[in-house]
Design a binder for this molecule. Structure first.
Ligand code: 5GP
Ligand code: ZN
Length: 120
């Protein structure tokens, strides 16, 4: 294990060293509730293997990632009776990435919830 993997909070969650509220997982991916949700049921989808950003993921993860997001979105829509969801990725520090283990954010949405995406 590299030092980066050892210190990474999301790798710690994958290894079971830190708790999470698990939404879905398969062999390669894990979806869990964000610790500081900006909307109800804000969820993160990560590869279980450590990659710093989307720019670093390998072919296998690249091919499977959309399926993992789709599966998680389906579960969230059912769980929170949502009408849709936003998918967001902050790729790199300049784009607002804080945790250096690639992760997609999923924000469940309801019709007329009034939420607006913002790049202020
Ligand atoms: P970023 O700005 O890197 O795209 O977002 C990182 C996200 O990870 C934030 O929404 C933050 O709340 C979430 N986060 C950071 N540390 C933890 C943690 O230890 N557990 C969980 N569940 N979420 C975390
Ligand atoms: Zn990691």
């Amino acid at each position: 294990m590299t030092n980066e993997e050892n210190d990474c909070v999301f790798c710690k969650i994958v290894r079971g060293e830190m708790p999470c509220h698990k939404i879905w997982e398969d062999e390669n991916f894990l979806a869990f509730a964000d610790a500081n949700p900006v909307v109800e049921d804000h969820t993160l989808v990560i590869p279980k293997k450590h990659f710093s950003s989307l720019s670093d993921i390998n072919e296998e993860i690249c091919c499977g990632y959309i399926g993992a997001i789709k599966e998680t979105g389906k579960i969230l829509v059912k769980k929170c009776n949502a009408d849709g969801f936003n998918v967001a990725l902050n790729n790199g520090e300049a784009a607002g990435q804080v945790v250096n283990h690639v992760h997609f954010h999923i924000h469940p949405r309801k019709k007329g919830d009034g939420l607006k995406l913002s790049f202020k």
